[in-house]
Design a protein around this ligand. Structure first.
Ligand SMILES: [Zn+2]
Length: 111
């Protein structure tokens, strides 16, 4: 069974798509990196009020630690969108796998 299949089945995120996981060298060790991107046509959710808003721009790619596999660290990589919210102004979007500025996914925190 492929890692991508497990992620799609066990950790689906509405409005987001997983890319093919890859091995990456990070700080002298091999890790698994899984990039995510917004599903085509999905709108970003304002982290302030939870409403969908028009896109503003994208931030630099950020890593978020996920549950390790066979001793290998696993990271989600994603470029957060900013939302031009009519209520809150320009805010960073809310993503379902992490809370606020956490560098870990909620799944990793539970683990
Ligand atoms: Zn808002």
């Amino acid at each position: 069974m492929r890692l991508l299949t497990i992620l799609r089945q066990r950790y689906p995120h509405k409005g987001f798509v997983y890319e093919e996981p890859e091995f990456v060298e990070r700080d002298g060790r091999t890790v698994i990196q899984v990039s995510l991107r917004p599903r085509k046509g999905s709108r970003a959710i304002c982290s302030g009020c939870g409403e969908c808003g028009p896109g503003y721009d994208c931030l630099a790619e950020r890593l978020c630690q996920f549950v390790p596999l066979w001793g290998l660290a696993v990271f989600f990589a994603y470029r957060m969108r900013r939302v031009d919210c009519p209520r809150c102004g320009v805010t960073v979007e809310r993503v379902p796998w992490a809370r606020g500025k956490e560098q870990q996914t909620e799944a990793f925190a539970w683990f």
